[in-house]
Design a binder for this molecule. Structure first.
Ligand code: PRP
Length: 213
């Protein structure tokens, strides 16, 4: 657990950062210098005994599981894929998107099962495997770290499993959604020990947040 006098919150760089800080600010959980352009990795509000750590998106659950952060804000996709031992406290409602499977329009097959034993490019191989295995489908998973849509365009894979928000990236790359795997939003997560030892503070924060959701 991080410093017992402070509440440490891990925030992801990228799309969820601005939305997270905006919501936290509404309940007075903020710090001077906590903005997108800052390159500082730890930002402290001494008066309110708050610390913010700014991490790579996929690493938020790791900081929280090990107690380097008491709390974190992160997408449900990253939580599911990380399989970390953490508490999920609250659905924050923002960062709405979905995890889905897509293929190049001209290579669309008749049924989902027709893709069995083909290669799928994804940032979320564990989540994808759970989905396909649940349908009795065996696939070959190719882990990529970004620009997943490129996979089938250059012949690396037949399909992708990736996040869609507006659908622009799919459209601009002539890909078509085959099946939605799950809807996603940002969540507030907590370290298990912190949740017990700092219960009053965390619980009051959760209640404050609920008023804005
Ligand atoms: C995400 C996702 C898609 C895109 C979807 O990528 O992986 O590529 O956003 O958004 P859209 O439906 O609004 O077009 P991100 O920008 O996070 O970068 P990445 O390619 O590095 O994962």
């Amino acid at each position: 657990m991080s410093n017992e006098n402070f509440l440490t919150i891990a925030l992801p760089k990228g799309k969820l950062f601005g939305l997270s800080t905006e919501l936290l600010k509404k309940i007075g959980v903020t710090a001077e210098g906590l903005h997108e352009k800052s390159r500082k990795l730890i930002i402290t509000n001494e008066e309110e005994r708050l610390k913010f750590i700014i991490t790579k998106t996929a690493d938020v659950p790791t900081y929280v599981e090990y107690g380097a952060a008491d709390l974190g804000i992160i997408g449900k996709d990253v939580i599911a894929e990380s399989e970390k031992d953490i508490y999920e406290l609250l659905d924050l409602g923002f960062g709405k998107c979905r995890l889905m499977m897509a293929v190049p329009t001209e290579k669309k097959r008749a049924r989902l099962e027709d893709y069995s034993h083909t290669r799928v490019a994804t940032k979320f191989p564990k989540t994808a495997e759970k989905f396909f295995a649940g349908r009795g489908m065996q696939m070959e998973y190719i882990k990529l770290n970004g620009s997943i849509e490129l996979g089938p365009i250059v012949g690396l894979s037949e399909s992708i499993v990736d996040i869609v928000e507006t659908g622009t990236t799919l459209r601009e790359n002539n890909l078509e959604e085959i099946v939605t795997i799950t809807d996603l939003t940002a969540r507030l997560i907590a370290n298990r020990v912190s949740y017990k030892l700092k219960f009053d503070r965390i619980n009051s924060m959760v209640n404050d947040l609920k008023k804005f959701l």
